[in-house]
Design a binder for this molecule. Structure first.
Ligand SMILES: [Zn+2]
Length: 312
C-alpha cells in the first residue's frame, strides 16, 4: 500500500494514473519534483565560520538554478552534491556584494567542471558589464584552457538578461519564474523570485524591508524563504564593524525582522516559512529557538530556521 504524505507523493501517484500526460510516468513526475537547497544562510559580506553567504539552489530534474551568488557558492554546491555542470540559470536579486561576490566565479568554475550547455543569467544592471569584465579579467586562464584542454569557449554559453521590472522572467515546460520589485533602499532595483513547478511553489524574497510586493508574490506558495534580521542584536553587530557607523541604521531601513517575516508569511498564506539571510548570522547569544519563536509570533504555519546545505 502507498501512503500519500506530501504533495510530492501525490504528484507521483497522480502521474502513475496518467494525470500528468506531459511527463508520462510516475518516475518522470518524481524526477521533475522541485527541490530547494539553501547553500548559504548568513546575510552580509563578512565571511563567517558557521554560515556561508547568501545563495540558494533550485533543482528540477537535471537542471540547477542558482539564486544569488554569495562568496563560496560553487564550493557550497559541491558540498551539497549538486553537479556544477548542471547549472542552467543564475538569478541575482540585487547588486549587493554578499549576493554577487562569486557570480563570475560560479560561471568559471562550472565551466572548468565540465559545463557545455547554455546558462541564462538574470538580474539588475550592470550584470552584462560584470559578466563581460569578468571574462576579460580571466582571459589568460580561459584562453589557456580552451587551447590546452580543448574546452568549448565559455562566453557563448552565457546569456545575460538584465532586469528592470517585475513579471514573468522565465518559463519552460517544467517551471515558471516570476520576479517582483521589493524594497531594499538604496539598492534599486531589488527583486524577489517565485518558482512555480508542477509539484509546488517556492518564493525567495531577496533582501527587503517589509514589503506588500512579497505578500503578493508569495500568495498561496508552499515555501517562502525570507531574509531576516534580529533587531535586538544589531548593536553588537555594529560594534564589531568599526568602519561602518551607519550600519545599524542601514540594516533597520532595508531588512525585515523575523517577526515581520512571520506577519508577511501569514498574510500571504504560505505553508512554510524558511528564515534565511540571517542578520546577524553568527551571534551566539541568539539561539535557534529565539529566531523561530520571533517568526512564530505572527505566523501559524511551519517555521524552519535555515542552515547551510539544508534541503527544504
Ligand atoms: Zn542587500
Amino acid at each position: 500500500m502507498t501512503f500519500i504524505r506530501s504533495r510530492r507523493d501525490l504528484c507521483t501517484a497522480a502521474a502513475a494514473f496518467g494525470l500528468f500526460p506531459a511527463f508520462g510516468s510516475a518516475s518522470a513526475a518524481d524526477t521533475l519534483a522541485m527541490k530547494l537547497v539553501l547553500l548559504g544562510t548568513a546575510g552580509g559580506p563578512r565571511p563567517r565560520k558557521t554560515r556561508s553567504a547568501p545563495a540558494q539552489a533550485i533543482l528540477i530534474g537535471d537542471r540547477t538554478y542558482v539564486v544569488d551568488c554569495g562568496d563560496g557558492v560553487a564550493r557550497q554546491m559541491v558540498l551539497a552534491d549538486i553537479p556544477l555542470d548542471s547549472l542552467r540559470g543564475v538569478f541575482i536579486t540585487h547588486q549587493h556584494s554578499d549576493h554577487t561576490a562569486d557570480y563570475g566565479n560560479l560561471l568559471l568554475l562550472a565551466w572548468t567542471a565540465g559545463l557545455r550547455t547554455r546558462v541564462d543569467c538574470r538580474g539588475p544592471r550592470p550584470l552584462e558589464k560584470m559578466t563581460k569584465l569578468f571574462f576579460q579579467m580571466n582571459a589568460a586562464d580561459i584562453h589557456a584552457r580552451i587551447s590546452d584542454e580543448r574546452r568549448p569557449a565559455i562566453a557563448p554559453l552565457v546569456h545575460v538578461h538584465e532586469m528592470r521590472a517585475g513579471g514573468v522572467v522565465m518559463s519552460d515546460e517544467n517551471v515558471k519564474v516570476t520576479a517582483a520589485l521589493v524594497d531594499h533602499p538604496p539598492v534599486v532595483p531589488a527583486f524577489g523570485f517565485r518558482f512555480d513547478a508542477r509539484d509546488r511553489s517556492i518564493v525567495i524574497s531577496g533582501d527587503t524591508a517589509p514589503s506588500d510586493a512579497v505578500v503578493k508574490l508569495a500568495r498561496g506558495a508552499d515555501v517562502l524563504v525570507h531574509s531576516v534580521m534580529y533587531p535586538p542584536a544589531l548593536d553588537r553587530l555594529a560594534a564589531r564593524v568599526v568602519n561602518a557607523p551607519g550600519l545599524k541604521k542601514s540594516i533597520l531601513a532595508h531588512q525585515t525582522s523575523a517577526e515581520d517575516a512571520g506577519r508577511i508569511a501569514e498574510a500571504a498564506g504560505v505553508r512554510t516559512l524558511v528564515l534565511s539571510h540571517l542578520v546577524p548570522g553568527d551571534d551566539p547569544e541568539i539561539s535557534d529557538e529565539m529566531w523561530v519563536q520571533a517568526a512564530k509570533l505572527r505566523f501559524s504555519g511551519q517555521v524552519i530556521l535555515g542552515r547551510d546545505l539544508l534541503e527544504v
